[in-house]
Write a protein of this length. Structure first.
Length: 112
């Protein structure tokens, strides 16, 4: 696990986005995406059944499915690497419009 984190080349951006993953032909499971980069993301999986090396498909909001490989799992938090990097404008769309923190901040400013 530490090796994967040390080898990361891109900065992860904190976000809050609803997501879903599917392992094989199993049932899709809802997750909360916690951070993202163009090459991967980290999410909270309350079921905690994934293992490093597993291949999954994941949706980040309405984006996907995206093929990804589980790199590590610790205390229901999962780090995955996407099979292909996210296209720059798609990545920016996720950060700018799907991040629930942005919507909360916009509502707060509107209420002032």
């Amino acid at each position: 696990m530490a090796q994967d984190r040390d080898e990361r080349h891109e900065h992860r951006h904190l976000i809050e986005v609803e997501g879903r993953y599917r392992y094989g032909t199993g049932v899709a499971r809802d997750v909360r995406i916690l951070d993202i980069s163009e090459s991967g993301c980290r999410f909270y999986d309350r079921f905690g059944t994934l293992e490093a090396g597993s291949e999954i498909t994941i949706r980040i909001g309405p984006i996907g499915p995206i093929v990804a490989t589980v790199r590590w799992c610790v205390n229901h938090v999962v780090g995955v690497q996407f099979a292909s990097q996210l296209y720059g404008p798609v990545f920016e769309h996720i950060r700018a419009t799907l991040d629930e923190r942005n919507r909360t901040q916009a509502r707060t400013l509107k209420d002032l």
